[in-house]
Design a protein around this ligand. Structure first.
Ligand SMILES: Nc1ncnc2c1ncn2[C@@H]1O[C@H](COP(=O)(O)OP(=O)(O)OP(=O)(O)O)[C@@H](O)[C@H]1O
Length: 423
């Protein structure tokens, strides 16, 4: 016979206001070493908050403090309005279930027995599981897609399979709050997406969840809010699009990134950029729209110094250049190219080690500058543009092609630079 859950997250009668989970002024240190301090955030009922940040930032530490298995130096964690320090461990485990980061637990149990452990908080000391408990276990195994492993030893499973079993164990616990420490770390992309889709469904059903997630793009796609931990505290918190900006990511991860938008959503898409010194070339991109924007991103990602133009203001290539701090020579949309724009574009093309032509480069009125010297045409998914007059390379091969070109300083001084403005 099971004890009643402390809270049923789907109970409409509960109706308590305020966040389901509230962390205020949390500070944790190990010995002399402060890990996090002044950590404040809350998680609304029925929402998923992603904890993101570099290795060692304190994500697991915060999750442990929220779960109550680690005593903070300062701060209070409230679940459903009440400090967890005021509740018994068993009462907390009926409210909060968690999955650990590692899966190297040396259980000598079957998968089913492992998942059944999730029912412990609901059983009295001498209770056996009843039909309700068994049904909770079966449902949890189905939802985490591990029912087919039910009778296998936990230790015989792969890392990803174990991770899903531990998620099933947490689901069997039937708590209103779920803490997931890197739930997708060992999972292939299919299972990673399915796991986060499942968490979204659970959240849609009223559960409240926090997940530490390394993959920023999955975090952006599935979390309602992100808390970015770095440098001993919260570096940024809020909607994914507000947290995942190139500036905050540079501060938090000491990394250069390109932040665009995930196709079909308004979630940010973070692309790490390679060391900017990788391909030390100055490139002028000619072309408009997505093909030129893709060429700009690829070249900047490879470490090139890139300029663009002439392009209409507001064109995808102009926007991308602005996002990546590259110079774009622009003219108002539908306007012809004025002399100043033409001169500047030619100047940039002349100074470049190479000119890359990407996509549309002109049909009468379209802005275009053609330059001689070393000139490559690039094929992208969005364009079937190929050149009969220049070497054509696939986008993915562009950095390598550019790297193989001689820098302008070594170029034959007599090579003419064609400054005509039509193609
Ligand atoms: N029990 C402990 N004793 C001493 N130091 C610890 C202990 N647990 C964690 N730390 C340290 O606290 C810091 C934060 O660790 P934590 O595991 O919370 O980081 P994390 O953000 O989860 O990292 P990762 O992304 O690598 O999993 C690290 O420097 C870690 O070495």
């Amino acid at each position: 016979m099971s004890e009643q859950p402390a809270h049923d997250s789907s109970d409409p009668e509960r109706g308590r206001s305020g966040p389901m989970l509230d962390v205020s002024d949390l500070a944790v240190s190990f010995g002399e070493q402060s890990v996090v301090s002044s950590v404040d955030f809350s998680v609304d009922r029925g929402s998923l908050v992603g904890l993101v940040g570099p290795n060692g930032a304190g994500k697991t530490t915060v999750l442990r403090a929220v779960k109550g298995t680690l005593n903070p130096d300062t701060g209070t964690v409230r679940v459903d309005g009440e400090p967890i320090s005021d509740r018994s461990a068993k009462a907390v485990s009926r409210l909060v279930a968690s999955t650990p980061q590692g899966t190297s637990l040396s259980f000598d149990f079957s998968v089913r027995q492992t998942v059944e452990m999730g029912r412990t908080p609901h059983l009295g000391r001498f209770d056996r599981m009843d039909d309700g408990d068994r049904s909770a276990v079966e449902t949890a195994m189905e939802r985490a897609s591990v029912a087919k492993f039910a009778d296998r030893p936990f230790t015989s499973l792969s890392g990803g399979e174990r991770q899903r079993v531990l998620l099933a164990r947490a689901l069997a616990q039937e708590t209103p709050v779920l803490l997931l420490d890197e739930p997708t770390a060992n999972l292939d992309i299919n299972h990673a997406v399915r796991t986060l889709e499942l968490v979204r469904t659970l959240v849609g059903d009223g559960k409240t969840a926090i997940a530490a997630i390394h993959d920023l793009n999955l975090a952006a796609r599935y979390c309602d809010k992100l808390v970015l931990l770095a440098g001993g505290g919260i570096c940024a918190a809020g909607r994914p699009a507000d947290v995942l900006t190139s500036d905050t990511l540079r501060d938090a991860f000491d990394a250069e990134t390109l932040v665009t938008t995930q196709p079909g959503t308004d979630a940010p898409l973070v692309t790490p950029l390679a060391d900017r010194e990788t391909v030390d070339r100055r490139i002028h991109v000619v072309g408009t729209g997505k093909p030129a924007a893709s060429a700009v991103s690829t070249l900047v990602g490879a470490g090139c110094r890139v300029s663009v133009g002439v392009v209409p203001a507001g064109d995808a290539a102009a926007e991308r250049s602005r996002d990546l701090d590259c110079e774009a020579v622009t003219v108002p949309a539908f306007a012809g190219i004025d002399d100043a724009a033409r001169e500047r574009a030619v100047e940039l093309a002349q100074a470049a080690d190479a000119v890359v032509i990407a996509g549309e480069t002109g049909d009468g009125n379209s802005p275009v500058v053609r330059a001689g010297g070393t000139c490559l045409a690039v094929e992208t998914d969005e364009s079937d543009y190929t050149s009969t007059t220049h070497d054509t390379v696939p986008l993915a091969a562009l950095p390598a092609s550019v790297a193989s070109l001689p820098p302008a300083s070594e170029r034959d001084a007599t090579l003419p630079l064609n400054q005509s403005t039509t193609d």
